[in-house]
Write a protein that binds this ligand. Structure first.
Ligand SMILES: [Zn+2]
Length: 693
């Protein structure tokens, strides 16, 4: 599935939250399962009192007050630029998953096809480095031999189809994707690919960095081919031919930013037109063997497919055979014996990616399991760390937030009625996926062995490709997850109008079933509300409620928004990270308004929820105080000055301190909750209070 419209929301270095979807509140008194009732009776957990710096005045610097002690007690680890309880939570997530997999791997002979068997055996096979090392390149030998045996053009194309069944993206990629202009349907998408260097500039530009990268790439290709048994002279010659072929393909490729733009790459055509565009490629056979219906296809880069057509005709057979062998090896190298894995790391991760050291084996094996067995892993993870009661609770929060947002939109003064109707329709059609899928896919037919790591990788990739192809020609399922349930990240899909909150993301400090509603609304609730506003703000105005690319804001709304936003621009222009270096209000406007709306809407949602479920005073803090402290404790973070300087130049988000302070200083309820006096640092004068949503 195309992910270009998707905004990833988590990770230690990016914003945590994306968008959300609403529902109406009433009658939502939850379907209390036994578990829910138990947690209702038990006294909930409040904020983290140990994180508070009680020497700081909440009315002067709330960032210091809310989590100054945590930052003082938890120095930033080396090679990190931002550190917070949330960032530490990402590491906890990775550790939980490694422990879980190690436990499952410890026991052999589980029932074949069970989630536990697949996960345990895949992890065990990955961790069994002696066996992987002993096998060397032999797991790939049959595939490489088949490439060697190719005698004609039809054979090259047959091997390309086989590579695609293993998700090896050379020389192009064919997947199911939602249609840009009819996003409810899934079409075949054909995208350019097949370059071993990151993008066309690396092949075509003359600057020192690019020249160096080409030399290193040539040496890398030569070494990998040599490791696979090709003699040095032939390997060097093959590397030259591969580089030359990839350079010709690069000439016809777009740069990554353009290639990722769904508007630039929307080129729908009939099957007949595709056959005319690239008549040398046997599309009939490709579609027949792949079980793909001959419906309309999207060719994201027609110029690339035309060039590929020519290269398939004109480039010698032996060059194509070397090229395909190389891409098989490059795709498999991280999963082969040490010499291959190390060579791949040195070039791809270290030289191109800037990595310092190879990740520990358990981390590599966790990532492989998560990428290939995402649902089984999510299932095992959720069983331990995200209960059905937690899912019910977050869904209830989402419904309340959506209903508050809808009520608020009805009252919004600056928006015209026509635009308001469009905005309400978007909120009505919004979907939020919480925790894990409502129904698990049956993956029991996937054969995972304890003693054959590459075979497992190949089988799981094939399984994934087949699943993807089955969607083509059907309606786009809104239940498809774009991240596995175990992921500590979250996402919003701007075009499809949906948000995904995986179980791995719905962990403390963002969400905790044992915590009070005030704490959860102050953290997760603000984040969800913030992301919901992206569906209707400057980010979401390009797509309507059905996902059609159509600008639905009217000019008077744009003018009014511009005027209202100036207050926030001025506010953030006034914030400095060091003497003379200020935030750029215009650059952070969308995110600052999102934070402001997030705090306001989540506060209203908490009030609404407290009518049914009151929150007690905890650790001496009122529900309102818990709410604001929770926001400060989630969002507060230590950031290096270096990082802050980079953010001020180009990040659409304000720095952590101002994400905490900015919205609260506009909020009268905050002022009341902490009995702040007019004129204190955290209280903006009434005539300077900002907000759009
Ligand atoms: Zn945002």
């Amino acid at each position: 599935m195309s992910a270009t419209r998707t905004v990833l929301l988590a990770g230690a270095t990016i914003a945590l939250f994306g968008g959300v979807a609403p529902v109406s509140v009433s009658g939502q008194a939850s379907a209390p399962t036994a578990q829910v009732s138990v947690t209702m009776i038990a006294k909930p957990k409040g904020i983290e009192p140990g994180d508070l710096d009680r020497t700081a005045d909440p009315c002067t610097d709330f960032h210091a007050f809310a989590n100054g002690a945590w930052r003082a007690q938890n120095p930033m680890p080396k090679e990190t630029q931002r550190w917070s309880r949330r960032a530490a939570g990402l590491e906890t997530n990775r550790q939980q998953l490694k422990t879980l997999l190690a436990e499952l791997a410890a026991k052999a002979d589980r029932p074949r096809g069970s989630v536990e068997q697949q996960l345990g055996d895949h992890f065990a096979a990955c961790m069994n480095e002696p066996l992987i090392d002993a096998a060397g390149v032999t797991p790939l030998a049959p595939l490489i031999e088949d490439i060697n045996q190719v005698q004609d053009q039809a054979g090259i194309q047959r091997m390309i189809r086989r590579l695609h069944e293993l998700a090896i993206p050379a020389p192009f990629v064919l997947t199911g994707a939602s249609d840009y202009r009819d996003p409810a349907s899934v079409v075949v998408n054909i995208a350019a690919s097949g370059l071993g260097l990151p993008d066309r500039d690396y092949y075509l530009k003359s600057g020192g960095h690019f020249v160096d990268a080409r030399e290193k790439y040539r040496a890398h290709v030569t070494r990998v081919l040599t490791l696979a048994g090709v003699d040095a002279v032939h390997a060097g010659k093959a590397a030259d031919e591969i580089l030359a072929l990839e350079t010709r393909l690069a000439e016809a490729s777009l740069l990554p930013a353009a290639a990722a733009d769904p508007a630039t790459t929307a080129h729908k055509m009939t099957f007949a037109q595709l056959s005319q565009l690239a008549p040398h490629i046997d599309w009939e056979r490709y579609f027949a063997e792949g079980g793909l219906p001959r419906i309309e296809v999207n060719v994201s880069e027609p110029a690339f497919v035309e060039r590929l057509n020519r290269e398939l005709e004109a480039t010698p057979l032996n060059t194509w055979k070397a090229y395909l062998t190389w891409h098989v090896l490059e795709s498999a190298a991280p999963w082969l014996s040490k010499p291959f894995a190390l060579e791949s790391f040195e070039f791809n991760d270290k030289y191109l990616g800037g990595a310092v050291a190879m990740k520990p084996r358990a981390t590599i094996c966790l990532e492989s399991t998560e990428a290939l067995l995402g649902e089984p892993l999510g299932r095992a993870y959720a069983e331990r760390y995200f209960s059905p009661a937690a899912k019910v609770k977050v869904q209830e929060m989402v419904r309340t937030l959506l209903s508050v947002l809808k009520d608020d939109l009805r009252e919004l003064k600056w928006m015209s009625d026509a635009t308001r109707r469009e905005a309400l329709a978007k909120v009505e059609s919004y979907d939020v996926s919480v925790g894990y899928p409502d129904a698990w896919t049956d993956e029991s037919a996937l054969v995972i062995r304890r003693d054959a790591f590459w075979a497992n990788v190949a089988a799981a990739r094939r399984f994934g490709v087949e699943a993807d192809r089955r969607h083509v020609g059907k309606r786009m399922s809104r239940a498809i997850w774009q991240l596995p349930p175990s992921s500590p990240g979250a996402y919003i899909d701007i075009q499809l109008n949906l948000m995904g909150l995986p179980a791995g993301f719905l962990q403390s400090p963002a969400f905790d079933l044992a915590a009070s509603d005030a704490v959860n609304y102050g953290a997760l609730g603000v984040g969800i509300a913030h992301d919901l506003t992206h569906a209707i703000d400057a980010l979401g105005q390009d797509f309507d409620s059905t996902g059609q690319p159509r600008k639905w804001w009217a000019q008077p709304d744009l003018d009014a928004f511009q005027k209202i936003g100036q207050c926030t621009v001025d506010q953030y222009d006034g914030y400095a990270i060091e003497p003379g270096v200020h935030l750029q209000g215009r650059q952070v406007l969308g995110e600052a308004l999102g934070d402001l709306a997030g705090v306001r809407l989540a506060y209203l949602a908490l009030e609404r929820s407290m009518r049914v479920h009151p929150v007690p005073v905890l650790d001496g803090f009122s529900p309102e105080q818990q709410f604001f402290i929770s926001w400060g404790q989630l969002r507060g973070a230590a950031e290096t000055l270096d990082l802050q300087r980079q953010m001020v130049k180009s990040d659409p988000h304000p720095t952590a301190r101002y994400r905490v302070i900015g919205p609260l200083s506009n909020t009268p309820e905050f002022e009341q909750a902490f009995a702040c006096k007019a004129g204190s640092g955290m209280v903006r004068p009434p005539e300077q209070r900002c907000g759009a949503w």
